[in-house]
Every structure is written in structure tokens, then in C-alpha cells.
Design a protein around this ligand. Structure first.
Ligand code: ATP
Ligand code: MG
Length: 399
């Protein structure tokens, strides 16, 4: 096991495409680090540079204390697991798992022992003599994992290993990979564009956009303290709602957000936690509100400064919640480049409303009686509000 350090790593392909720029990440020994980001953001390119499958255009990659920029993949002591499991169809499960060891001329008895150990760990013992075509998708995925495990590498590098599985199996295998990594304690870098996988598996998650690292943090911190609009909108489903507002402050230092004809009053904790907010008085700001921070006012209670009028355009009962798409007479912050890109990526923020009212998604209690077409008062958990610079998209925190 080892730590992996990327310092100022960049990748430019021969045709001039820049896939990764100035990536600085230290993966701790035994850590499970996830790279997440939209398609084409450079996740695979970054991982392949660690694996040695792609040349490193700029910067250094270290595994353990060793600079590996010019070390061929087989000498880096890392094991890759791909989306396509790349199993040999004519070999049995046993030989698929042991193939790499046999290639290294490991004694037969040792190969046997390691393969059988791995098979036991992965619940594959009874399938050792089968061919891959006679296995389920999940079992094939486990064989691919087995091949990585028997090598006892310094690190696992996994590129969307679950994306060929159906939804139910993905959830199951996700749990298995998490447990396996905990049991083995092997440093792991895991690539996915699925934010649920990222959040559930990662000790830390690195959010990448257009080749550039946006934020690297434990999952809950990404969720609670996203560093910019992009991370805020990318992490969380349904996505955070974004609205345009002007920041006002009265003589008693009370802050309000003016949004069209409506206002939200901010509890004192919001400016206290954000010294930089003082610099936005009388200026535009982007307000972020997560769906779970909006409740039907008939349940949460009407509270001056927190309750706004809306109309229910779509009501989706999920059992545990009611997902309600609301139209509101407020300025939506759809103009910002990051928000436009996010809408494209997630397919959200798209319910077109003819009169250009803002569309806001709320997660109501299932006890709400709201029906499509109803006017409804909503109450916002204003202490949970997120605030972003309208120009740069950076979260507003410290001055
Ligand atoms: N061989 C290549 N030559 C030129 N450009 C490439 C090459 N391989 C990848 N790219 C480009 O590099 C960028 C990053 O690609 P990469 O495969 O790392 O994305 P990704 O984040 O893994 O996306 P996905 O989630 O779709 O797998 C993309 O713009 C891609 O088109
Ligand atoms: Mg990829």
C-alpha cells in the first residue's frame, strides 16, 4: 500500500486537446479517493496517467516515494479495473483471476492459494471452473476485481467499474467494493460520473470540471460547503435551485435577499458564518437552495421572511417525499455559465414555463396535500441557504 501524489499534472493529447490541467492531489495511504465530474472532464485521462497507460505531459506522479513518470505500467505495482472487465472468454474464472500471476512466473501453489483466497473474499469459490460467458454481470465484475486483488498491489485504480451493471446490481456491487476496500485497506482511486457512487464510496471526493480540480473534500463537506456554483449544482439530486437576488442590509445589520417582488430574511447565523457577505450589500448574488430545504408552509409553518408564494406545476410522489416542481415569480439565475452547463449535464432546470417564472424543485413531506396547479406557500430553511458570487460563481464565505 502506498500514497499516490499528483503534482502539477497536465495532459495534452497530440491533437492539442487539453484533458487535464495542473492537477494537485495527494491520495493518502489506504484512502478511497473518487474522481467525479461530467463526461469528458478528464477523469479517465488522470487515472490512466497514474496507471502509466498515458504519458504525462506536465508535472509528476509519485507512487509511494517513487517518481513513476517514466516507469512502465507493469512496474508501477498498481492494478486497474475497467468498465469493460476485459476478461478472457476462453479461460476459466480461475485462470482469468490468476492470469497476471502466471505471467509473472509465480509458483503454481502460490497462484492457487491467492486465487482461492480472492475467490472466497468475492464469493466466487463455486464458479472457479466456469467460463465468463456463464456468469452474471455482477459475477464477471467480481472476477475483474479478483484479478486486481490477487496481485496484492500498492493501489487499485478503477474506471467506472460498475457502469455496465443494471441499477440494482450497481447498488449491491457498490456496497461490496466499499467493504472490500475497507477490509483490504488498499489505496484506491475510483473514477465515476455517478455522484451517488462518489458520495457513498469516497473518503474524499475530487470534483473535476473541464480538466480542472474544483474541490476535494469528504462527501458531506462537498454537500454542505461547495466551493462554487459548479460543485453546488453537480453534487446533490435533485440539484440545488439557483435564484438571482440583491443583498440588502438594514440599520440593525439584518440581511435580506431581494428577489423580484419577494424577500427572504437571513437569520444572523448566515452573515456570521460569511464575513465576505458584507461586501455584497446592494449587489447581485446567486442564492442556492437545496430541494430538501423547501417545505410546504402548511407543514413547516408560515414564517415571515421565510415563506414565499409558488404554484405547483408537477407533483411526483416518491413515498418518502413529494418531489414538487414549483413555478415562482422570481428571477432564476439561469444566465450564469456554470448553471447553463449544469442544466445541460443533469437535464435539470429544464421544465419550460411560458411566462418565464423561475422553476424550483422542492422535496415536500409526503403529508403535504399539494396538487398540480395549486397555489402553495413554501417555507425556506434560510439558515441552510447557499450564496455565490454572481460573476465568478465562487461561494461567498471568508472576506
Ligand atoms: N486520444 C485522445 N486524443 C485526443 N483527445 C482525447 C483522447 N482521449 C481523450 N481525449 C479527450 O480528453 C478529454 C478527457 O477525456 P477523458 O476520457 O479523460 O474524460 P472522462 O472524464 O473520463 O469522461 P467519461 O465520463 O465520458 O469517461 C475529452 O475531451 C476527450 O475527448
Ligand atoms: Mg472516462
Amino acid at each position: 500500500m502506498a500514497r499516490i501524489a499528483l503534482s502539477h499534472v497536465g495532459k495534452v493529447y497530440e491533437d492539442g486537446t487539453r484533458a487535464v490541467a495542473d492537477l494537485n492531489i495527494e491520495v493518502e495511504d489506504g484512502e478511497f479517493l473518487v474522481f467525479v465530474g461530467p463526461s469528458g472532464c478528464g477523469k479517465t485521462a488522470a487515472l490512466r496517467m497514474v496507471a502509466g497507460l498515458e504519458t504525462i505531459t506536465e508535472g509528476d506522479v509519485r507512487i509511494g516515494d517513487k517518481l513513476v513518470n517514466n516507469v512502465p505500467p507493469r512496474d508501477r505495482d498498481v492494478a486497474m479495473v475497467f468498465q469493460s472487465y476485459a476478461l478472457y472468454p476462453h479461460l476459466t474464472v480461475r485462470d482469468n483471476i490468476g492470469f497476471g500471476l502466471q505471467l509473472r512466473k509465480m509458483p503454481k501453489a502460490e497462484v492457487r492459494r491467492r486465487v482461492e483466497d480472492a475467490a472466497r473474499t468475492l464469493g466466487l469459490s463455486e464458479y472457479l471452473d466456469r467460463k465468463p460467458r456463464n456468469l452474471s454481470g455482477g459475477q464477471r465484475q467480481r472476477v475483474a476485481m479478483g484479478r486486481a486483488i490477487v496481485r496484492q498491489p500498492q493501489a487499485f485504480l478503477m474506471d467506472e467499474p460498475l457502469s455496465n451493471l443494471d441499477a440494482k446490481l450497481r447498488v449491491q456491487m457498490r456496497a461490496e467494493i466499499g467493504k472490500l476496500q475497507r477490509d483490504l485497506g488498499v489505496t484506491t482511486v475510483y473514477v465515476t460520473h455517478d455522484q451517488v457512487e462518489a458520495m457513498t464510496l469516497g473518503h474524499r471526493v475530487a470534483v473535476i470540471r473541464k480538466g480542472v480540480l474544483q474541490q476535494i473534500a469528504p462527501p458531506q463537506e462537498l454537500y454542505d460547503r461547495p466551493t462554487n456554483l459548479f460543485v453546488a449544482g453537480f453534487i446533490g439530486s435533485p440539484a440545488m435551485n439557483f435564484l438571482s437576488a440583491t443583498v440588502l442590509r438594514d440599520d440593525n445589520d439584518q440581511y435580506t435577499l431581494e428577489m423580484g417582488a419577494e424577500t427572504l430574511v437571513l437569520p444572523p447565523s448566515v452573515p456570521v458564518a460569511r464575513p465576505a457577505l458584507a461586501g455584497y450589500v446592494d449587489k447581485p448574488i446567486v442564492v442556492g437552495i437545496r430541494p430538501e430545504d423547501i417545505e410546504d408552509a402548511s407543514i413547516a409553518g408560515r414564517q415571515p421572511g421565510r415563506t414565499l408564494p409558488a404554484r405547483a406545476e408537477l407533483v411526483e410522489p416518491l413515498g418518502s417525499d413529494l418531489m414538487v416542481h414549483l413555478s415562482m415569480d422570481l428571477p432564476q439565475a439561469s444566465g450564469h455559465e456554470d448553471i447553463a452547463e449544469l442544466a445541460e449535464e443533469t437535464g435539470e432546470g429544464g421544465v419550460a414555463i411560458a411566462d418565464e417564472r423561475a422553476v424550483v424543485v422542492a422535496r415536500f413531506s409526503p403529508r403535504s396535500q399539494v396538487k398540480v396547479g395549486d397555489p402553495v406557500q413554501i417555507t425556506v430553511a434560510t439558515e441552510q441557504i447557499h450564496l455565490f458570487d454572481a460573476t465568478t460563481g465562487s461561494a461567498v464565505w471568508d472576506a
